[in-house]
Design a protein around this ligand. Structure first.
Ligand code: 5AD
Ligand code: SF4
Length: 469
């Protein structure tokens, strides 16, 4: 499924078509000789990383192509979160066999979490791969490409201590789409029993405040007015600030709030246990911080939460949601859910449905449990596929009913829309409301990149329609 990044908020196991920024870079680089084809899988952090890798390769003479047959280098930025996501990479690589036979000089690179998790094994399984580069080594991509040309193969899956982004080229000067991602934190120390992230992305590292502010200002100069701060566990952010003082995510948000021209701030994704009071207060008091919160809970059963090593209970999550809603009554909540985790009984599953009913989600992502090698839950007795399928269907039915009801309740309300691009129909633009709903409006194209007040007049299957006020 090829979806454009603009249609997604938090999404997993998707393949991203080139972002507007990559297209801008592409337009700028068409004169160069060597062509780079990039395919990005997984979360927004991979989208951000791909943009940075494209910029790095641009500096050594590559230009972007959307035609894989035209490429001198193919870069797959991969996701390892569930088995399906990892397998997609191998089937994609298989498709490149004939291209590689016809073009022996073509270099194929696998980056991202599959690279980190499987390392050299990728080259054994698929010998056409020339480069394997883990998520902490992107700053070495150009060097690795050179090595691959000289020696045939190159691999780097080290975990250096430093902020890899500080070694990457400065952000491109090309004009950007109005909404951008900015990675501020990487890795995770939580070790949920199902999750590969602590192994593939390593321990939690926060980028220093000054570097983030520089990058945010540079993005704003290039036309960005909405920034989504990214991190595997972004609300655990604890970066070094001025006078060596440690800044929380709320502290960072208040610094970003001072940047003129930056109109909206978002962050994703968060762990309930790191939802500190100062961040909840920022949601109440910082006008630029949008009323949308992705706060995965995974299960509503305390027994399963314990077996997942989540270190929170269903009740503590519900109390936290109440506190957040007290601070920001119109907060739209989004979550992640896993069904069919080992030992999950019907009663455990009912507890998850119950939690969902209590919270009322406006957006959600749900998955069947998938065994990941090396994680504790992979060693346990597994539930039959048929049970997982049935539970996922029931869970998704409930979530989509909630989502739809919440979206329908927007009709008649006034929202602020950041217009991002033209819509499918002549004279129509598409943008996002503060609640991340996609909104279609008949409006002149000068509004792209601007925030406008819009009255919602209709709720469609996956979007809203409104009129400029
Ligand atoms: N199986 C199914 N879903 C998973 N997730 C993470 N690991 C697994 C797994 N092994 C889901 C969680 C997480 C989201 C990024 O992916 O819900 O929040
Ligand atoms: Fe994975 Fe998120 Fe748990 Fe970290 S907090 S281990 S990233 S699910």
């Amino acid at each position: 499924m090829a979806l454009s990044v603009e249609t997604l908020q938090v999404s997993y196991e998707v393949v991203y078509s080139p972002t507007q920024n990559e297209k801008n870079l592409c337009a700028k680089m068409t004169a160069s000789a060597k062509k780079l084809f990039v395919k990005t899988y997984g979360c927004q952090m991979n989208v951000y990383d791909s943009e940075r890798m494209v910029e790095a390769m641009q500096n050594v003479g590559y230009s972007l192509t959307e035609d894989v047959n035209d490429a001198d280098m193919i870069l797959l930025n991969t996701c390892h979160i569930r088995e399906k996501a990892a397998e997609k990479v191998y089937s994609e690589l298989g498709r490149y066999k004939t291209i590689k036979q016809e073009k022996p000089d073509l270099k194929v690179a696998v980056a991202g979490c599959v690279a980190q998790a499987e390392g050299e094994e990728i080259m054994r399984r698929q010998p056409l791969v020339d480069m394997v580069v883990g998520p902490q080594s992107y700053h070495r991509l150009a060097e690795l490409e050179k090595t691959a040309h000289e020696k045939g193969r190159a691999i780097d899956i080290e975990f250096p201590q430093d902020d890899k982004f500080s070694y990457l080229a400065e952000r491109s000067k090309a004009k950007r789409a109005p909404s951008a991602f900015l990675t501020v934190q990487e890795g995770c120390d939580k070790f949920c029993a199902f999750c590969v992230v602590p192994y593939t992305r390593g321990a939690e590292v926060s980028r220093p405040v000054a570097r983030i502010l520089d990058e945010a200002r540079a993005l704003v100069e290039r036309g960005v007015c909405e920034i989504t701060l990214l991190g595997q566990n972004v609300n655990a952010y604890h970066g070094e600030g001025p006078a060596s003082r440690e800044y929380s995510l709320a502290g960072l948000i208040w610094e970003l709030d001072k940047i003129d021209g930056l109109e909206r701030i978002r962050f994703t994704t968060s762990h309930p246990n790191d939802m500190r009071q100062d961040l909840i207060e920022a949601h109440a008091n910082c006008a630029k911080l949008m009323p949308y919160l992705h706060l995965p809970v995974q299960s509503g059963s305390d027994r399963i939460l314990k077996r997942m090593n989540r270190s929170h209970t269903a009740q503590s999550y519900i109390e936290l949601i109440a506190k957040i809603r007290e601070a920001r009554p119109d907060m739209l909540l989004s979550g992640d859910f896993i069904v069919g985790f080992p030992e999950e009984t019907d009663a455990d599953f009912e507890a998850t449905l119950n939690l969902i009913k209590q919270v009322n989600y406006g957006q959600a992502y749900s998955f069947k449990y998938s065994t990941r090698p090396g994680t504790p839950a992979a060693e346990r007795d597994q539930l039959p596929e048929r049970i997982k399928t049935e539970r996922l269907r029931r869970l998704q039915d409930l979530l989509s009913t909630q989502q739809r009801a919440l979206q329908d309740s927007m009709v008649g309300r006034d929202v602020s829309v950041l217009f991002e691009k033209s819509g499918r129909f002549e004279g129509q633009l598409v943008g996002k409301s503060e609640y991340l709903h996609a909104v279609h409006v008949a409006a002149p194209s000068e509004n792209i990149g601007k925030l406008q007040a819009v009255r919602i007049i209709q709720s469609n299957s996956n979007s809203l329609t409104g009129d400029l006020i």
